[in-house]
Write a protein that binds this ligand. Structure first.
Ligand code: HEM
Length: 206
């Protein structure tokens, strides 16, 4: 396996947050509504991990370093793990496993439908993220995995619906997402300079 320490470092960096938040909830330091805080942090964690995952290809293009791609799948799966925890937190702490309230909840919080659509897309991405699916789906795999950008759009809409007036933080995530999307456009992607790789090759020449 290439980059074993880098992979383990990424694993620890992603795993540490939910463990810390669960510990904080257990230690009762998350304020009067720890369940809601936990759901919010896991939701935000999902969005951040999605952005980080989407940043791996442009970073590889910029640097020429294969390590970014080596952790891309792991980060995508962490994003899925976070959204599963986010959903479980919602069912436990907000819905209280009272399924009879689900209809009322969907009318009260329609952004949940947007979140659920994003969740289904992430599920499809996680299930097909293995080499077997990649081989079986061939060229369609790449097309399917463009769903990540649909998830980004839905995730941002879901968040926007929740934060409403408090747009500052949302605007930061939306701008990063927009930038990553623009960098993917073939006309831009072809022009991304290999900054670090160029430096390395000119150093060699010298
Ligand atoms: C079935 C799936 C989902 C459900 C039921 C769900 C539900 C919720 C709920 C109830 C909240 C808290 C609202 C509040 O504070 O009153 C929330 C917040 C949030 N969710 Fe989701 N969500 C889902 C999927 C997603 C997905 C896929 C993403 C990201 C791609 C996401 C990102 C967020 C974000 C960023 C927040 C706001 C956190 C904050 O205010 O700091 N959610 N979600």
């Amino acid at each position: 396996m290439r980059f074993p320490y880098w992979r383990i470092g990424v694993f620890i960096a992603a795993a540490v947050w939910p463990v810390l938040w669960l510990y904080q909830a257990w230690a009762d330091v998350l304020g009067p509504d720890p369940g809601k805080v936990l759901v919010d942090r896991l939701g935000l964690g999902t969005l951040i991990l999605l952005l980080v995952t989407l940043a791996m290809t442009p970073l590889q293009k910029l640097s020429g370093w294969a390590g970014w791609i080596a952790v891309r799948r792991q980060l995508g799966l962490w994003c899925f793990a976070y959204v599963v925890l986010h959903l479980c937190g919602y069912m436990a702490f907000i819905l209280g496993f009272d399924w009879s309230q689900l209809g009322v909840e969907l009318r009260k919080r329609p952004y949940i439908i947007v979140g659920a659509l994003a969740f289904l897309c992430l599920l499809a991405l996680a299930v097909t993220s293995n080499r077997y699916s990649q081989r079986r789906l061939g060229a369609r795999w790449k097309k399917l995995h463009r769903l990540a950008y649909v998830v980004l759009g839905l995730g941002l809409l879901h968040m926007l619906w929740i934060v409403r007036a408090d747009l500052e933080e949302w605007a930061i995530y939306a701008s990063i997402g927009g930038l990553l999307l623009v960098m993917r456009l073939p006309v831009v992607s072809r022009r991304i300079p290999r900054l670090w790789a160029k430096k390395a090759s000119s150093a060699k020449k010298a």
